[in-house]
Design a protein around this ligand. Structure first.
Ligand code: ASP
Ligand code: MG
Length: 401
């Protein structure tokens, strides 16, 4: 017997038939003798629909009222799921965020979890009931409802698993696990049996979109055993953990991020403090800079190029232009037509030739590299956006086929 937290995403509970199927998974886990807490998202596009409804009345509603509204989607899901399980003759109770004592800070719309209460959930489990919990929501010190940010139900599940020392936290979704590449775009994409927390964090922040980043950070911090698996096919998924048997594999995945822009400052004065001025100004404005490249000086000038999120590019450009003389550069050149392609793998720390293999794949595909950056477990290159898919396919083929 084990204590298992299971989380089901919006597509897994989208309609009555899918709710019944998920109820079957929960019931089987319970009947095997396990304690089960199931965390649910809102059905299908419910959260988006609620946001649209709000904007019909007020394009700029207060964040408090927004949370009051968008937290309701999850409440619908848990009541329906409990009813489906009741129908199967099983003891079950649905609980909202505040009923389980999930308290957060006061940042409406993107609240951080402070604490998860033990009493209510443990009492219900003690009575051998299945517990169904509304994801994404909590309560702050004013007794107001807060939400955890889009995709936040994953974080609710991991927080419960961490606080109550569950044996396993399963995240059920509409894909069979974590893949070496986006399986909808790259036909040869392979499902991974396991992946480390650090690799998962790199892949998530690069837009792999399987798990809420904060849920992975929290799982790593508290050593929660995570598994990502499908609610449609009953097969083992991908285990996310601290260390994996990665000896045989140098990289775990290839990812692409198109929300990237490149900014180049041309003919910057070649003197101390220039980079400091540029990047301090951007950091004050909370603009995250990713890849940075500086050319060597020639005739007292140099170029500094870097990437920012495409959504931050207009503001970054405007700020830099307003400081043109203070910083001391001649002109600025920007491009939104770039994409970042990365390989991630804990195995690359102890292997040589990984970068060379990646660059060879790009050379074979005749894709030009604009910038390169590396970390212990990641190598990223900046390429032209219209060549990015070709780059991903070529790199994936080189490493995995
Ligand atoms: N329903 C929320 C959203 O759509 C939370 C979640 O699904 O995890 O973002
Ligand atoms: Mg999600």
């Amino acid at each position: 017997m084990a204590f298992i937290v299971q989380k089901f995403g919006g597509s897994s509970v989208a309609d009555a038939e899918r709710i019944r199927r998920v109820a079957g998974i929960i019931a089987d886990t319970y009947i095997e003798g396990n304690d089960v807490v199931a965390v649910l998202s809102a059905q299908g596009d419910t959260t988006d629909d609620l946001i649209a409804k709000a904007h019909e009345l007020n394009p700029n509603p207060s964040k408090r009222e927004m949370d009051m509204l968008i937290s309701t989607g999850e409440q619908i899901s848990i009541a329906l799921m409990a009813m489906a399980l009741e129908k199967m003759g099983l003891p079950v109770v649905s609980l909202t965020g505040w009923q389980i004592g999930l308290s957060t800070n006061t940042q409406y719309g993107n609240a951080r979890i402070n604490r998860v209460g033990h009493e209510r959930i443990m009492t219900e489990l003690g009575h051998r009931r299945i517990v169904i919990v509304a994801g994404f929501q909590g309560k702050n010190k004013y007794d107001d409802i807060t939400t955890l940010g889009r995709g936040g139900s994953d974080t609710t599940a991991v927080a419960i698993a961490a606080a109550l020392h569950a044996d396993l936290c399963q995240i059920y979704t509409d894909v069979e696990g974590i893949y070496t590449c986006d399986p909808r775009k790259v036909p040869g994409a392979k499902k991974l049996d396991e992946i480390t927390y650090d690799e998962m964090l790199e892949l998530a922040s690069m837009g792999a979109q399987v798990l809420h980043n904060r849920s992975v950070e929290m799982a790593k911090r508290y050593g929660v055993n995570l598994e990502v698996l499908s609610s449609f096919v009953r097969k083992p998924g991908t285990k996310v953990k601290e260390v994996c048997k990665v000896e045989q594999r140098s990289i775990s995945g290839v990812a692409k991020d198109t929300n990237v822009s490149r900014i180049a400052l041309i003919n910057v004065k070649d003197e101390p403090g220039v980079a400091f001025k540029v990047f301090r100004m951007l950091s004050k404005e909370k603009i995250v800079v990713d890849i940075i490249l500086q050319s060597i000086g020639r005739e007292k000038v140099k170029d500094i190029s870097f990437t920012v999120a495409q959504t931050d590019r207009p503001r970054a450009e405007e700020l830099l232009m307003s400081m043109k003389d203070a910083i001391g550069f001649e002109s600025i050149s920007v491009s939104d037509n770039v994409a970042k392609v990365s390989i991630v793998g804990a195995g690359m720390m102890s292997q040589y030739g990984v970068a060379a293999t990646m660059f060879e794949a790009l050379y074979d595909a005749k894709v030009n590299i604009n910038m390169i950056s590396t970390s212990e477990i990641k190598i990223s290159v900046l390429v032209d956006e219209d060549e990015a898919d070709r780059a991903v396919a070529a790199i994936h083929k080189k490493f995995f086929e």
